[in-house]
Design a protein around this ligand. Structure first.
Ligand code: SF4
Length: 295
């Protein structure tokens, strides 16, 4: 793996309440090899060349430790917003595992976005963090159907394995649930799929499901997505063009009705689905925010 120079790892987040209550963000790798056909991170605006190639950040743990030790306020650190931190290179380089150890050492909470069950390797440290500070694991799952997930997220484990990982994490006392994002119009926007996914989430003991009910398309990322539609779903590109033209946020045609169905299913199974409730719930054992924000 190539390593790239970086001066900083940790960045402060201003609007954390909109995104699972995180206070900081970090990405230990640049690029992602999971190959999701809809990935927003491959958009030109992020300036990541060869997005599918994972590169490590040089001296990431050394820089991170210096940054963590200097923070006056503790909080929750988000990992994986721009690339899945549990990529195949992580097996050898263990940058994520090392970073989690540092978060535990310096008394920070963590919020991880992933699609990979490689995260199960780090249950020991996640348990350690969960005992002291808020910890939330968000598995992105976009379809209940393994065959569809193999097409739209080709280089990472399929839905059924992600659901198993959620169950294992929760059984180990680690708060884990589902980000149902994106929903792909004409592909994963069937009412029955949404119902089935909520049912499977319940079966896997997921603590929550959250969705924005849309996919975002822009610039070169739209071109990549359309190329993949031509490859795997012939005729759909034309349907997208006639329905959405150059729109950035593309909602399923019946998204309001679908969202209602989603809510009813979540309520039926007692699964949290509102962002504010999820934040409140995973931080509930740490009510006294000062406990983590003052050091
Ligand atoms: S896992 Fe996330 S960052 Fe990686 S390709 Fe898929 S959508 Fe993009």
């Amino acid at each position: 793996m190539e390593f790239i120079n970086t001066k900083t790892i940790l960045t402060k987040v201003k609007n954390g309440a909109e995104w699972y209550g995180v206070d900081f963000n970090m990405n230990l790798y640049r690029g992602c090899s999971h190959g999701c056909i809809y990935c927003d991170s491959r958009s030109n605006c992020y300036h990541i060349d060869n997005f599918d190639e994972v590169r490590g950040k040089k001296n990431a743990l050394y820089i991170l430790e210096k940054e963590l030790s200097k923070q006056r306020n503790r909080g929750v650190v988000g990992i994986g917003a721009m690339s899945d931190t549990y990529n195949p290179q992580e097996i050898k380089y263990e940058q994520t595992r090392g970073a989690l150890k540092l978060l535990s050492k310096y008394n920070f909470g963590v919020s991880i976005d992933t699609k990979s069950d490689l995260i199960l390797r780090d249950i020991d440290i996640l348990r350690e963090i969960s005992a002291k500070n808020p910890c939330i694991i968000k598995f992105t799952i976009t379809t209940p159907n393994d065959n569809i997930s193999k097409i739209i997220e080709p280089h990472v484990c399929v839905t059924s394995r992600r659901l198993k990982a959620i169950q294992t994490l929760n059984e180990n006392g680690i708060y884990a649930g589902i980000m149902l994002n994106p929903i792909l119009p004409f592909i994963t926007d069937k009412e029955n799929d949404i119902k089935e996914l909520v049912r499977l989430a319940h079966k896997a003991k997921a603590k929550f499901i959250h969705t924005y009910m849309s996919v975002t398309l822009r610039e070169n990322q739209r071109d990549y997505y359309y190329q993949k539609l031509d490859e795997y779903f012939p005729g759909l590109k034309e349907k997208y063009i006639s329905t959405y033209s150059e729109k950035y946020i593309c909602n399923p045609l019946e998204y309001k009705r679908l969202y209602q169905v989603f809510i009813e299913e979540c309520q039926k199974y007692g699964i949290l689905y509102k962002m504010e409730d999820i934040i409140q719930d995973y931080k509930s054992n740490f009510k006294n925010e000062e406990q983590i924000s003052l050091f």
